[in-house]
Design a protein around this ligand. Structure first.
Ligand code: E4P
Length: 216
């Protein structure tokens, strides 16, 4: 399973990139706002730092301007993935940009039929938003399972990029359901490695080691 980091904070990206755990980065307009940086400048810095795919999102909602903005974003670096909203204009723009050889990430996906449309036009990634589906009182993980089944039924190569991840269990359940990628906020990646019994066990081992009086 690939891990992308869901942030435009270059310090967090640098730290996690050095761990060897990162396979890519996703950004969105809200994350760009949070970074306080210019979108092109920050994406260029991230793309240079990270080898894998880096999603940059268009701000336009109409087909023509999505194409213009998508092509401008793709000029930033070879590892830019053009992120487009899952609307009819977005799907049409995805088809053209994919045919032109660009990588695409269809965002704000909330249903299996939306994901099917994205796969049919050859999107590189589709991003179902698990956390926001959960917020509506519906199980977001069912969406991942349904999309996995549909893509496998027909051999679609579009990768399922599980987004809006809020908990460790989201990551675990996505891995079980067969999501290809999880894009995870820095605060949640940190939690994936932590376990209270690991901390407790280590404390006991260190106390006993101290008593041996030995060094290695
Ligand atoms: C990533 O591509 C999405 O933009 C992001 O995961 C959305 O997460 P949120 O629902 O926590 O804003």
């Amino acid at each position: 399973m690939k891990f992308f980091i869901d942030t435009a904070d270059v310090d967090d990206i640098r730290y996690w990139n050095e761990t060897g755990l990162l396979d890519g980065v996703t950004t969105n307009p809200s994350l760009i706002l949070k970074s306080g940086r210019d979108i092109k400048e920050v994406l260029a810095e991230i793309c240079e730092m990270v080898e894998g795919d880096v999603s940059g999102e268009v701000a336009a909602t109409d087909y023509d301007t999505m194409l213009t903005e998508g092509r401008k974003l793709a000029e930033i670096a070879d590892n830019i993935v053009i992120k487009l909203p899952t609307t009819m204009d977005g799907v049409r723009a995805c088809k053209v940009l994919t045919d032109d050889g660009f990588k695409t990430n269809m965002t704000l996906c909330f249903s299996a039929t939306q994901a099917l449309m994205c796969a049919k036009v050859g999107a590189t990634y589709v991003s179902p938003f698990i956390g926001r589906v959960d917020d509506m009182g519906v199980d977001g993980m069912e969406l991942i399972e349904d999309i996995r089944t549909i893509f496998d039924n027909y051999g679609y190569e579009t990768e399922i990029l599980a987004a809006s991840i809020r908990t460790m269990n989201h990551v675990k359940d996505c891995a079980i359901a067969g999501a290809d990628v999880a894009t995870i906020p820095p605060s949640t990646i940190e939690k994936l490695i932590r376990h209270p019994l690991t901390d407790k066990g280590l404390e006991a081992f260190l106390a006993d080691w101290e008593k041996t009086g030995q060094t290695i």
